[in-house]
Design a protein around this ligand. Structure first.
Ligand code: SF4
Ligand code: SF4
Length: 212
């Protein structure tokens, strides 16, 4: 009987010890919040999902080269002399079509190394941190403003322009060679022998007169 009472008391006592922390916080103000209805404001320098303002991107590739995990992929096409891409908001002239600009945010380690080298400050961290997806592919963000069709069109236009330029260069080189060959093939101008003979005759007559 004594043993039974002792065990009962021990059970009650250990429960009371376990509940001590619970009782301690029972009458204190709550520290938890009702997320997602209530959200704690993020620190101003928090690193979350990246964003690219593609209107200001000049396609220089510096952000992609700085990324330690290669999660930024950029494709560009040179603008034609007839294309006017305008300038960025800090006055840099745009000379490349950014046909594709993807960031695989699933690979991103939020180091922010891509942000600092950008000459137009168009890639930045946002305060968006809730972007979970069921499919991993959905975490690859495309920032290019061009549709795949438009991107293909830009590539085709540039290839056509380069082919025409190369053909014109080749034609000009050919014309130069032909002109040089024509000059070489032209016969040397003939001397007028009759006139020469008359001149010699006059000189002989003058000589004879002077000796007489
Ligand atoms: S934050 Fe770091 S890992 Fe993420 S894209 Fe930029 S450089 Fe790459
Ligand atoms: S560094 Fe800036 S301007 Fe250059 S490609 Fe990246 S986002 Fe665009």
């Amino acid at each position: 009987m004594k043993e039974y009472l002792r065990n009962t008391w021990l059970a009650i006592w250990t429960i009371l010890i376990g509940m001590k922390v619970t009782f301690k916080h029972l009458f204190e103000p709550a520290v938890t919040i009702q997320y997602p209805d209530v959200r704690i404001p993020l620190p101003s320098r928090a690193r979350n999902r990246l964003y690219v303002n593609i209107d200001d991107c000049i396609g220089c590739d510096q952000c992609a080269r700085a990324c330690p995990v290669d999660c930024i992929e950029i494709e560009t096409v040179k603008a034609l002399p007839t294309d006017d891409l305008g300038t960025t908001s800090n006055g840099k002239r745009k000379a490349l079509w950014v046909t594709s600009f993807t960031i695989d945010i699933a690979k991103c380690c939020f180091c922010q190394l891509c942000v600092f080298p950008c000459p137009t400050e168009c890639i930045k961290m946002t305060d968006v941190y809730e972007y979970s997806e069921y499919e991993r592919e959905n975490l690859i963000y495309q920032f290019s403003a061009l549709t795949p069709g438009e991107a293909e069109e830009k590539k085709a236009n540039y290839e056509k322009f380069m082919a025409e330029k190369a053909a014109a260069k080749e034609a000009a080189a050919k014309a130069k060679v032909q002109a040089a060959q024509k000059v070489q093939a032209k016969p040397a101008p003939k001397e007028n022998t009759d006139e020469k003979k008359d001149e010699n005759k006059d000189l002989d007559q003058q000589k004879n007169k002077s000796t007489e």
